[in-house]
Design a protein around this ligand. Structure first.
Ligand SMILES: *Cc1c(COP(=O)(O)O)cnc(C)c1O
Length: 709
């Protein structure tokens, strides 16, 4: 886009270059208004929009729609936001504003236009940065820029997931190169076995927070090394450990290159655990302390969050693979390699034991937490072996339950609606239970009406997506229009990992068919989700769901939506009636998609696992089963399937269809409002990051300040 004289294009570009726009409905509306068709075609990516749009068209649209004032105002509001002023952070988090927190994560889910996330872990990291920014307690995120992102999922005519990777050009991403003193893109190197690999540094602006992303597409690197950061979770074990070295060691080094001296290192999952060794190495080199002293200091300033009790979620690298990768760190720390290997081992001294970054992170951080109360119990048991002499209760792994960034997930129609009921600045007070005490006063009829609008919008979106797929595969038009507006609609969308049991209802297809085709009180279900490209079990699950639509009993009523993303997630959590969650307890550490539903007026219907195990109170949603676990997973699946049918038939369906003369389901709405009153204040990312600041960051920062130069 060329530069017009009036500065409008500069303002638009500045708005586009800070992801703050993604949680400001007014700014999204400005971009959409510039060219609604292109906006949709570029997947709501303002950087790509401005790159492709004809500048004359911008001028014309700005005049025709009188956008100038709105652009000026949005730009002014962004400047005000960035300047800060009084905020929660200034009062509560001074030390970490003076010296920032560095937040490491292998994935960040900020917006679908920056596809460097695969699921809940990444979305959580994105929500964390956004809430820290909103509260004025900004952080620096550290991650990798995957130039092919994560898989695009296409479902072929057999229902099988095809994986598509598309190269993404930096010019269409909300990233800017970080420049060095000479005006070149900042770069530095990290040692991998037999060579140095160069990394380039990019910056993403996330409100007041910064996210540094690294990639290896540097001319000095070999062809193979340039592909190291191509894909999120893409390669074999060797690629994996090298990505983790780049993220941990490279990420910590990048902070130094851009002049950030963090007071706290927060590792979001174990993928970045090598940062701890790099920090120690650097301390030894800079201050001459012993490795033991250095690693004690590192532990004092570091926080680790573990995110899954699923074994496969914890890397275990063969010693032959791990040793050459750890050698430079061992050398820098002046520690024997065997001792460094032991730091990541559950069996110190056993040379054949694998190296586990989770173990490293648990040993080298003083504060470790899991992500729900139940997950805390499971994690303490799981890692008890690392703490000889301690009972399960004494294992030092606490919990901070996850939450979601409300401004990102709440429908904008409802933002205005709550504003009328709760006062204009309600979004700044969402973590206060008092605010939600008023929820009961909300009118059922009004909330129901807005919900109908959102549901209709979702159905339009889904039908368009289905039509696109039909066109791609040259499939015939469906016999009946997909989705019926009056029908109770459940949503199920998340990664298609097998433990999440997307197919739980398929244990009894006849019973399901009766529910779906009930003449009085029918049911329909919308599914979406990607399997990991190498998870054939997960792909088989997706196939089962996708192929159900070929069964005439389910055609147009059990619908699979391909290529799940944050965009699809937002449509679903805003538009379905209830949200289905069926993990095999206790494998869902927390789960956050159900939390996105609360303020959107969508009820949770979930196994008592993760966050729901601590959130359900008997009246703020629906519980599937009673939280029992059976030693035999097949038995557990059978029992849970029965429990799910039972709760659908006896509670969910009857309550939804019990209406007054105006067609309003007051019993259902009473639950919706109870969910808002009892859950909204707690399961949001503002509350979550306040917990992290108070319980982890402040003590970790304090432990370090007095000893730093
Ligand atoms: C919120 C979200 C998730 C997390 O869903 P869970 O039910 O917690 O597993 C995964 N993927 C996307 C795109 C999301 O937005």
């Amino acid at each position: 886009m060329t530069e017009p004289t009036d500065g409008t294009s500069r303002k638009l570009r500045e708005l586009a270059q800070n992801l703050w726009w993604s949680w400001q409905p007014d700014i999204r509306a400005i971009f959409r208004n510039l060219d609604p068709v292109l906006w949709s075609a570029v997947y709501h990516n303002p950087v790509a929009l401005l790159e492709r749009i004809d500048p004359d068209e911008v001028t014309r649209r700005v005049q025709d729609l009188e956008l100038q004032t709105r652009i000026d105002q949005a730009h002014r509001l962004l400047q005000q936001y960035l300047q800060g002023g009084e905020s929660w952070g200034v009062t509560h988090a001074g030390p970490i504003l003076a010296r920032t927190v560095a937040y490491f994560s292998a994935e960040f889910g900020l917006h679908q236009s920056l596809p460097i996330y695969s699921g809940g872990l990444g979305v959580l990291a994105g929500d964390h940065l956004k809430s820290m920014s909103d509260l004025g307690a900004h952080v620096v995120g550290v991650g990798l820029l995957y130039h092919q992102g994560y898989t695009h999922q296409l479902i072929d005519e057999n229902g099988w997931q095809q994986d598509l990777y598309e190269p993404i050009g930096a010019e269409e991403l909300p990233v800017e190169p970080v420049l060095d003193a000479a005006g070149e893109q900042a770069r530095f190197s990290v040692e991998l076995p037999g060579r140095d690999v160069f990394l380039r540094i990019w910056r993403v602006r996330v409100g007041r927070s910064d996210l540094l992303l690294l990639d290896t597409r540097d001319d000095a690197n070999s062809e193979k090394d340039r592909e190291l950061t191509a894909r999120l979770y893409g390669g074999d074990q060797e690629t994996r450990i090298q990505q983790e070295i780049l993220l941990g060691v490279g990420g910590h080094r990048a902070l130094g290159v851009v002049g950030v001296i963090p007071s706290v290192l927060h590792l979001n999952e174990g993928h970045s655990a090598f940062a701890l060794l790099e920090r120690g190495r650097e301390l030894v080199e800079r201050t001459g302390v012993t490795a033991a002293e250095a690693l004690r200091e590192v532990a004092a300033m570091s926080v680790f969050t573990t995110h899954t009790p699923v074994e496969a979620g914890h890397d275990r690298f063969r010693p032959e693979l791990a040793r050459p990768h750890l050698e430079p760190l061992a050398l820098g720390l002046s520690l024997p390699l065997d001792e460094v290997m032991d730091l990541g081992s559950e069996h110190p001294g056993d040379l054949a034991a694998p190296f586990c970054p989770t173990v490293l992170a648990l040993k080298l951080t003083r504060r470790a937490n899991s992500v729900s109360a139940l997950h805390g119990r499971v994690s303490r048991k799981m890692w008890m072996g690392l703490y000889p002499g301690k009972t399960e209760e004494e294992v030092p792994i606490g919990h901070i339950t996850n939450g979601v960034h409300v401004r990102t997930w709440l429908a904008s129609d409802l933002q205005n609606f709550y504003g009328q009921h709760l006062g204009p600045s309600w979004l700044d007070r969402i973590a206060l239970p008092e605010l939600w005490a008023k929820a009961d006063a909300i009118s059922d009829a009004e909330l129901w009406e807005i919900h109908q609008v959102l549901k209709a919008r979702l159905f339009t979106f889904v039908r368009r997506r289905l039509a696109e797929r039909r066109q791609r595969l040259a499939l015939p038009a469906p016999e009946r229009e997909p989705l019926s507006p009056e029908t109770l609609t459940l949503g199920f969308a998340r990664r298609f990992a097998t433990y999440k049991r997307a197919d739980l209802l398929f244990q009894d297809l006849d019973r399901l068919a009766r529910l779906v085709n009930d003449p009085e009180r029918p049911l329909q279900i919308l599914y979406s989700g990607k399997a990991h490209p190498r998870d054939t079990g997960g792909k088989a699950l997706a196939q089962r769901v996708a192929n159900l639509e070929k069964d005439p009993r389910f055609a147009g009523r059990i619908v699979f939506l391909e290529n799940y993303s944050m965009h699809v997630a937002r449509q679903l959590v805003q538009g379905v009636d209830a949200w289905l969650n069926t993990p095999r307890r206790p494998l869902e550490a927390c789960g956050t998609s159900g939390q996105k539903c609360i303020l959107n007026g969508v009820l949770n219907c979930s196994i008592l696992d993760g966050w729901w195990a601590e959130a359900y109170d008997g009246g703020n949603g629906f519980a599937v089963g009673s939280g029992d676990v059976h030693a035999n997973p097949e038995v557990q699946d059978e029992r849970d399937a029965l429990a799910l049918f039972e709760v659908l038939e006896t509670e969910v369906i009857p309550l939804y269809y019990r209406r007054d003369a105006q067609g309003i389901p007051h019993g259902w709405m009473a639950r919706v409002k109870r969910a808002i009153r009892t859950l909204a204040w707690r399961y949001n990312a503002d509350r979550m990051v306040m917990d992290y600041v108070r319980q982890c960051y402040m003590p970790a920062a304090g432990g370090e300040t007095c000893r730093m130069p």
